[in-house]
Design a protein around this ligand. Structure first.
Ligand code: SF4
Length: 241
């Protein structure tokens, strides 16, 4: 099988730093997805926390089908903490990994009731103590539950696109987050993730990214990588020459 030849824009601006390029990508993403927002349905920080735990290895669409009944029966931390594991498992089964998710939801809500007066804590340090909560979930809750940009949410789309866009050399989510935090203004940390997720779903899919129709192609080192005629990008460093 030969190399796939695609046509992407050769109208490349000169960027002296990766930071400048990241910020140009951010501007472009804002234009492309002006109304991007968290696609999970929730009515309180604890419901957001639960929906985010359920979204691991699952689509937001699927989570949104499950949570109305879950939250109708168990709307707050106290009721979720007191729910039986069997009830929770049966309600969240279709999101996958349901045993683990049910166990973590119950245990996290028990800790919220016992140690935080029934309210989801508002610091990264405290959130990370909750069972089943790693930085990705904590960042989502901080940003969308409390309006605090504590970090950059790195899900599977942000992970893949940040690498393809040449903004990180890492594959590990924590290191990718650290790289992105250095490149982007703090007020934009969360909206960056949301918009990159939109772009990952619509254009830069895991298999067969649609580089030929991608509006980030002139800022992306991966498009020329599979399009030899656009050899003005250093695909190793990610610098656009
Ligand atoms: S040019 Fe291709 S690899 Fe780069 S962001 Fe767009 S779709 Fe993804």
């Amino acid at each position: 099988m030969g190399t796939k030849i695609i046509s992407v824009s050769t109208n490349r601006k000169k960027y002296t730093t990766k930071k400048q390029r990241a910020q140009s990508i951010l501007v472009r993403l804002k234009r492309l997805y002006p109304d991007a927002t968290c696609s999970l349905t929730y009515a309180s920080p604890v419901q957001l926390l639960v929906a985010t735990i359920l979204s691991a290895q699952c689509t937001d669409e699927r989570v949104n089908k499950v949570t109305p009944e879950l939250f109708r029966q168990f709307p707050d931390a106290e009721s979720l903490a007191n729910a039986s594991i069997e009830e929770l498992e049966s309600l969240v089964r279709s999101t996958g990994f349901y045993r683990n998710k049910a166990k973590n939801i119950k245990a996290a809500c028990q800790m919220i009731v016992k140690e935080f007066g029934g309210k989801v804590p508002q610091t990264m340090e405290e959130l990370l103590r909750l069972p089943g909560v790693a930085r990705k979930t904590a960042n989502v809750v901080m940003a969308h539950g409390f309006g605090i940009n504590a970090g950059v949410t790195v899900d599977t789309h942000v992970n893949r696109l940040s690498q393809r866009l040449g903004l990180t050399n890492h594959e590990d989510a924590v290191r990718i987050e650290r790289d992105l935090m250095k490149l982007l203004p703090q007020p934009d940390w969360e909206n960056w993730s949301i918009r990159l997720i939109y772009h990952g779903r619509a254009v830069c899919k895991a298999r067969n990214p649609a580089c030929e129709e991608c509006e980030l192609a002139d800022l992306c080192p991966t498009a020329p990588k599979i399009s030899p005629q656009n050899a003005n990008v250093d695909v190793i460093s990610g610098a656009v020459r």
